[in-house]
Write a protein that binds this ligand. Sequence first.
Ligand code: ADP
Ligand code: MG
Length: 688
Amino acid sequence: MPETKALSEPQKALVKMGLGRDIDLALHLPLRYEDETRIVKLGDCREGDTAQIEATVTESHVAFRPRRQLVVTVNDGSDTCQLRFFSFYPSQQKALAVGTRLRIRGELKGGFIGWQMVHPTYKAAGGELPQALTPVYSTVAALPQAYLRKAVQSGLARADLSETLPPDVPPAPARATTWTLQRSLRFLHHPTPDVSLAALEDHSHPAWQRLKAEELLAQQLSQLESRREHELLRAAPLQARPGGFQEQLLAALPFQLTAAQRRVGEEIAQGLARTTPMNRLLQGDVGSGKTVVAALAAAIAIDAGRQCALMAPTEILAEQHFRKLIGWLEPLLAPRGQRVAWLTGSQRKKERAEMLELVASGEAALVIGTHAVIQEQVQFHRLGLAVIDEQHRFGVAQRLALRGKTAGEGNEPHLLMMSATPIPRTLAMSYYADLDVSTIDELPPGRTPIVTKVISDSRRDEVIERIRAQVASGRQVYWVCPLIEESESLDLTNATATHLALSEALPGVLVGLLHSRMPQPEKKAVMSLFTGGQMGVLVATTVIEVGVDVPNASLMVIEHAERFGLSQLHQLRGRVGRGAAASACVLLYSAGDNGRLGETARARLKAMAETNDGFEIARRDLEIRGPGEFLGARQSGAPLLRFADLVLDAALLEWAKDVAPHMLDRHPELARKHVNRWLGGKSEYLKA
Ligand code: ADP
Ligand code: MG
């Protein structure tokens, strides 16, 4: 067995942060810099300066008011300054004894009443001053700044930073290619103190431009590569037949399709008819009617003698979501002796074995379930179409697993992903180069808009009154409790307490509780009481986030709404307003200890109150969070662009788009090296 050396804690932290390779360390750029190159005089300083001084301790004592602290006075010949330490060791008291000369660094406060520094850093005076600014890197608790600095330093020294841009590519805009990568990185890790900090901070410096250009090029190369690979794949073309399943289904629907549904239906039909596998994202607001569009696509595939698989992120959703779809398709299958197979995690062994058999033999034309659908034992039979609902809730790994499962048979399935979290068009164009996007931009007629109210948690009683009135008039109510990330059990306590309080406040009303830890049969039982209308109020953690369709529910209360993301709030709100009745959404917020809401939380709640339009919500979300984080939603864990901004750096993006095909065609070795340098093992993920 090969000997594996155990990693130390900081080493483990490095790997966890994605800093395993030398090049990753070299590309981990400072968040900011500290200027330790100069000693300044207190007399020259201004309020708020972070200053490095050399001074002598003139006084030192422990004070007890307002709390215990070590107060040390120093003098640098131009002025005095008080240093305050609220936690300290006896050894520190010794090091700060009267008469000692120190080099001290900290933020200066209180110019008028005399300078002060709280918890400054200090060491003995004298010694060499560094030549360059000191980098400060983003890090985690297990990885001390000093350790990380050394690691970056040696990564930078060891990494291969040779030029990957061929000499025959045009120069990039914004002087981005005037500096080499090597020069840029050396400079950005250790800039000389004469550089404009503003140019470093707003990333307009040529060194920064070079990094952005490189990063965008890597992204474009990888996208283009994946698109070219994709074009080589073959799929069975699936053509709608006149008088076939699709037409029969259309005729049987209890409603008319909206114009938008017809349009995307046509786009999907065209994609299915091609010999290259479709890779399409169907986006449309909550309630815009994506399921029927998926059913129409499934009808084409099944009619062409192919199997169709549908996946939803949770069991409840799979059931809720596809019940209608099954109701529509089953009558078409039955005459052909075909069936629907279910695959879920909670299935009994025997049932599961039967289902697997149905799938493998092809007797099941439709396979429905959770990610159990992509597990190893599943053997598809002539799989023609895979539909992933609420695709953003699936991890990249799961999407890759689906690809892996079906790859290499010579005939890839067509892929349709659905999402209610739209991607703004500019981002979709440049970021999902290998993905086609279809958009439903209207709701079915007859919906009444949802009225959204933002209300302080202190007015909870009024909200409960409102619930009482809704239930009395025969309507139903959702009450959603937030997910507390660190602790599932806290989560539960919160939901349980609310459940109890509401049950007591609403005698005679059946109040149910639904959370992710409940056994599956219990979840189902609660859900069926609510769908059946017997249950007036459903208290839930975010398990109901997507897909649940109970048209009689007319009020949605979201507790601690300030903790939810914008798209999540919008998804939740979409659970009401599904029938003709006037619906409302109440966003209960509680302010922090200082009695105020954070700025982004306030912006989110404001956006919710102002608009019901999912695309507008997505636009605001992008504005609030920035594209880096927004695209982080592609679930790679890390935002995919660290340096460049698709909107602000549009000119560089254009350049990268031009250069990428040229590089792939004429300099494939350099292209490979470039992508590997920037994306390493992550490039697979970009394609998911
Ligand atoms: P989502 O896009 O959020 O998945 P659904 O597919 O669940 O939306 O559709 C929401 C509701 O609207 C369902 O009850 C569905 O049957 C209904 N619906 C879909 N299309 C239409 C239409 N064209 N006219 C009327 N109702 C429709
Ligand atoms: Mg849906």
